[in-house]
Design a protein. Sequence first.
Length: 266
Amino acid sequence: MAHAEASAKTVESAVAVAAAELGLRPDQVEVEVIEDAVPSTFGVIGSPARVRVTARNPATTTTSTTTSLAGEEFGATARSATATITAGTAVSTARPTDETARPPRREHRDEPVDAEVVGADTELAGDFLEGLLDAMDVDGDITTWIDENGGHIDLEGQDLDVLVGPNGETLDALQELTRLGVLRQTRRRARVFLDVNGYRARRREQLAAAAKAAAEQVLQTREDHEFQPMTPSERKAIHDAVATIEGTRSESLGEEPNRRVIIRPA
């Protein structure tokens, strides 16, 4: 089946470029998000979003002659845009305004974990975090470990609530800063996750319980249930919980930071 990959400043721009390489519109392809965009922060160069698109089954896609010609014209424009992106210039691409018309995108890509690389990145992340805590004059015990999802750093100690912040916002920022610290040394995106005094573990349990309750309600009412905007890791917890409940499915809609999960009847 025909597919194409592309990188751009945003996921939507990358989808448009990749779809155009196939001579299709964004709503005529299935989308797999390989990597979300990482903004440049603290003087560290970020990375663009990267996607893979696959042409939808022709039997489910109606294409007129006019549309085909428009696709070819758009393809030529997008190929030119690809060259511009490669040169480092941001490209503005029109995006659909109707969220329901967009194909759902995957939040995470199932990739094998290279234990050696992840272990090295996790060790670097632990060293970076230890130095950061010393500079902040904050005491805590650091434990590192890896599993099939990547590297993990658990920080435990008294008076560490300041590192979690409201709704985990400070913890998210600290995790991102730690990843960027590794990126600056290795020039690769670290697959490392940070937790403070078990906050994320408890949050995942809460979200899983909320997702299961909402899914049961959807099964009874046959009506969609929409959650408030969440972070990518929180959305994944919802998706994972819903995946275990037969008769329901979940999608993510909207743009960051307002991206949210909707549970629907299967």
